[in-house]
Design a protein around this ligand. Sequence first.
Ligand SMILES: [Zn+2]
Length: 129
Amino acid sequence: MEKKKIKHFQSALQEIRMEIVGGVEKSQNNGKKEEAEQMPDISDDAARAYDRKLQGDLEEQEWKKLKQVEAALEKIEVGEYGICNQCEKDIPTARLKIVPYTEFCTQCLSNIETNGTLDDQKTQYTREP
Ligand SMILES: [Zn+2]
């Protein structure tokens, strides 16, 4: 993929990440400000707990999305962005424009939706008749 395009997707991904993480921080400030002020010595714990807390505060779907966004940003770093996790073919740019953090091409995604999730994520293969 062209570097220019990758840059575009990179900033789109960073924006999505900011939206997810920023939304949580905003709601924390509204609801838990007093609590934080009563604990002045939390810098170490705070850093460690941050990830867990974030996970607890986010809807499961949002959390998944955040992980996908981060994975996509990592892929950009190593130059593998836009490659399907399953079949390792290029994901169509048109699809990346809609879902820049997608991990699979359209074909694999529809396979996943038909057969359940891949790998170890969830082993509940409830196949419709
Ligand atoms: Zn694929």
